[in-house]
Design a protein around this ligand. Structure first.
Ligand code: BMA
Length: 341
């Protein structure tokens, strides 16, 4: 029984491997030995799948995958899996419709997140809205995907919806940005009474003073509710002379006021090291987009995009990752204030 409780469902048959005995670091995450779980050219006309999100569904797993087509444009593809590791993809990209049922496709769509809220599944991604912005759709059956209003003005990326209302409001993390390869960026929180009107924006956390996250940060997987607060896996970016490096960071947000950071780990939890993270379309990227967790055992599986070319899996246990984050936590005033100016 874990000391820190995950408040959520059980997923006894989730993908899992124990920490290898020959683990090289004291970091609390370890990789799946057979990574990457999705290789190149996974679908006809799709060169690479990466930065994707999965969720338990009807006794198996379902996911929304960023597929970069052979013309270089990304869209979202649906995948199904019995074990969360081996995936079958639909051949065609997800066809979104508007509220009247007419086809309403984005011009491109990337880095999707997938969150179950009440009895509905929401997909949140980055798309063109006269510049890079957030797109959103809902589905109950993974057959009809209905787009809902874009939550934010351009430019914004990396939106992550909370899996339940807090204080009666829907909450979303996002990273206001520019339209290019944004060389700045903090994580903000916005709330909504109806998933249509978003406001009461708060600053959650800024880029770090530590070098691995000194350029920008952005939300990763949907926050996991725990007895210590909301556990957030996010990405932190370092701007080197040879390009950006994306590592995975960890923070714990206050359960009732998530714009307040309780603990923030000063080291990364994982950084590009393996060939499939260091070498690819965009080298040196580990980009977390989803987790599957088992409340009963405290096990967590993290799905991350690797080098904009592959999907990788990493594992941790709730006690291990929370104690590591707490032991290495360094907070600034910007982290601990409510984020209203
Ligand atoms: C960001 C997004 C991510 C991508 C990263 C590195 O701006 O496009 O999906 O992994 O850049 O290329």
């Amino acid at each position: 029984m874990s000391k820190v409780r995950i408040i959520g469902n059980d997923a006894a048959d989730m993908p899992w491997q124990e920490r290898p005995a020959e683990n090289r670091t004291n970091l609390p995450l370890w990789r799946y030995k057979e990574n990457p779980i999705i290789g190149r050219n996974p679908i006809d006309g799709v060169a690479r799948i990466f930065n994707s999100a999965v969720i338990p569904y009807e006794g198996a797993y379902i996911g929304v995958f960023r597929g970069e087509q052979t013309n270089g444009i990304s869209f979202i593809y649906l995948g199904r899996s019995k074990d969360g590791i081996h995936w079958d993809f639909e051949k065609d990209k997800i066809r979104f419709v508007d509220e009247d049922g007419n086809e309403f496709m984005p011009r491109y769509a990337y880095a999707p997140r997938l969150v179950k809220l009440e009895d509905t599944y929401y997909i949140i991604w980055c798309q063109d809205f006269y510049g890079a912005a957030i797109g959103m759709a809902k589905t109950k059956d993974f057959k009809t995907f209905t787009r809902i209003e874009n939550p934010f003005l351009p430019f914004n990326r990396n939106a992550v919806l909370f899996p339940r209302k807090v204080n009666g409001k829907y909450l979303m993390l996002s990273r206001p940005s520019d339209s290019g390869h944004t060389p700045f960026g903090d994580i903000f929180l916005s709330e909504s009474p109806d998933l249509m009107y978003w406001g009461r924006h708060r600053h959650v956390m800024g880029k770090g003073s530590e070098w691995w996250e000194s350029l920008k940060i952005g939300g990763g997987a949907a926050p996991i509710e725990t007895s210590e607060g909301w556990l957030l896996f996010y990405h932190g970016v370092s701007g080197t002379c040879n390009g950006y490096v994306y590592s995975i960071g960890g923070a714990i947000l206050d359960i009732d006021n998530p714009s307040v950071v309780k603990y923030r780990c000063e080291t990364f939890l994982m950084t590009p090291e393996e060939w499939y993270e260091e070498r690819g379309f965009v080298p040196n990227v580990t980009f977390p987009c989803a987790t599957i967790e088992d409340a009963a055992s405290g096990r967590i599986a993290i799905y991350y995009g690797a080098a904009d070319s592959y999907v990788g899996l990493a594992f941790t246990r709730i006690d291990e990752v929370v104690s590591y984050i707490k032991e290495h936590s360094v907070l600034t005033e910007e982290d601990t204030e409510t984020g209203k100016r």
